[in-house]
Ligand binder design. Sequence first.
Ligand SMILES: C=C(O[C@@H]1C=C(C(=O)O)C=C[C@H]1O)C(=O)O
Length: 359
Amino acid sequence: MSDENGLLELRNQLDTIDNKLLDLINERMQIVHKVGALKAKSGGAIYRPEREKAIIERLEKINQEKKGLLNKSAIEALFLEIFAISRNLELPENIGYLGPEGSFTHQAAEARFGAMSSYIPISSIKGVFKEVDTKKVKFGVVPIENSSNGIVNDTINGFSKYNLKIIAEVVLDIHHTLASTCDKITDIKKIYSKDIAFDQCRRFLTNFGLDEAELIPIESTTKAAKIAASEPNSAAICPHVGAKLYNLPILFENIEDKDNNKTRFFIISDFENAPSGNDKTSILVKFPNEQGALVRFLNDFNDAKINLTKIKSHIVEGNSIFFIDFDGHKDDENVKKVLEKHKNSVKILGSYVKEVNDI
Ligand SMILES: C=C(O[C@@H]1C=C(C(=O)O)C=C[C@H]1O)C(=O)O
């Protein structure tokens, strides 16, 4: 058989498989439709991250056993897209994220909800909380902490003010680029970016003599790309996708000082997750002004054999509060007991499937 005929034959085989895949996906969607109808009757949540996680883990295991050609992230990418389409079929739901389009939070949202969902950029973290609270959007995506810059205060403030729940976490590796229409680095006189992005790229700026340029902080790295695309002798520190969005040539990639620069994001909504068997819980704690309150609290967690994974202090309206993460679900017996004992000082922010990529 000639190469050309060989190619034709293989493509015929692919067409036959694609036809079967289409039938199978449609068959799946018929069932999803029935799940949607049941949930509409019972008022159950459409998005069930713990169920999606379990499906992906099961498929990865089968794939490994069968020595399939797909790797873990390929399975995840394919199925997250199928789940997103499934959920939209059950009930189309909007996702509000800290914008603008192309921001790291947008990337975090897409990593979880796929390319087919309906996204709405919101210009502040406070705004994201408000739109979820008033049910304009079903889900909100906000940053909670960065490995170089710590906790995001506006997000803690949002949780203090609103009774919304964390239903999932997403951890992204953060890479910055220097993008500009200038041909020569010495032509760059102004650099636009978000204040924390400048902090994350200090060494690069010094090493390349760019600390001489005027550093202009603005509200987002994507907006920085937009401005730099139209202003001569300027540049932006922005994500790769931000530069692409505004056709801004990328001069340097991965300019962040630390090679494991990560940001953790929360997906927030108005419902609680069922336990998945591999959960984490986040709480805010405001201790009474008594000696030993923090120690007593921590001892109770220790006695209940709960593993605390993070504790950070934060000031809200002059009061010191703690943001705490621990392993387990709020409905686990040991967790429930401790939280009940301290219910006057604790606000439960949510229990959600633990991400493998940690910060
Ligand atoms: C279909 C369901 O709803 C959603 C879609 C899922 C899917 O497509 O398999 C899984 C969990 C939910 O996020 C379900 O809850 O089973």
